[in-house]
Design a protein around this ligand. Structure first.
Ligand SMILES: [Zn+2]
Length: 216
């Protein structure tokens, strides 16, 4: 099963990526992991990427694509993989398609985690971080009434990233950037949406049910 997972910030994509990949016995390949592995492993691509990062510049697409190509050609990815964080846009999707076609492969499925914006805001804007131990509490899910940490009694605060305005802005940016990618894969006939609301295990179960018809 060759699978791409997409979803907005706050949809629990990282967690689902891990569970789905492990259920399917395929490697979870995230751009973040590939990146860190190349930089810490001191590969040529890692060194190249680092020159951009050290200058505070964005790593160019070609470097990211070359890293993805290297990772996808490793042995453990020959019978399938779950990609997380790539492709990010239509040009990258086209490059991925060509890359796989060169190897006689193709994507089986693009799974989109679908969560209502208000639900993401509810999840993220309710988070409170302990200023002392860093633990995260949720005003609603942990029924947190006061603003002290239950573990160490430190003062809780809301990170800027978790402020409603920031969350809504990130969702807007995500929507604008991802909409063309979503419609590209819808046109390819391999896009399936999964409701990502509710407990983690239920979302994984829904995802597995959505994947099943696409399995060889
Ligand atoms: Zn604490």
């Amino acid at each position: 099963m060759r699978l791409v997972l997409v979803g907005p910030p706050g949809a629990g994509k990282g967690t689902q990526a891990q569970y789905i990949a492990s259920n399917l016995s395929i490697p979870k390949i995230s751009t973040g992991d590939i990146f860190r592995a190349n930089v810490s492993g001191g590969t040529d691509l890692g060194k190249l990427a680092k020159t951009f990062m050290d200058r505070g510049d964005l790593v160019p697409d070609e470097v990211t694509i070359a890293m993805v190509r290297d990772r996808l050609s490793e042995d453990d990815a020959q019978d399938g993989f779950l990609l997380d964080g790539f492709p990010r846009n239509v040009p990258q999707a086209e490059i991925l398609k060509k890359m796989l076609a060169d190897w006689g492969q193709a994507l089986d499925l693009v799974l989109e985690l679908v969560v209502d914006d208000d639900e993401v805001v509810r999840r993220l804007a309710g988070r409170r971080t302990c200023s002392q131990c860093g633990r995260i509490w949720h005003v609603e899910f942990d029924d947190k009434q006061d603003d002290r940490c239950d573990a160490c009694d430190g003062a809780l605060f809301q990170r800027d990233d978790d402020k409603e305005e920031t969350v809504r802005h990130r969702l807007e940016v995500y929507g604008e950037q991802t909409a063309p990618l979503i419609s590209y894969y819808a046109d390819e006939g391999i896009l399936v949406g999964v409701d990502a609301t509710g407990p983690v295990e239920e979302v994984t179960q829904r995802a597995m049910e959505a994947i099943r018809p696409f399995m060889g």
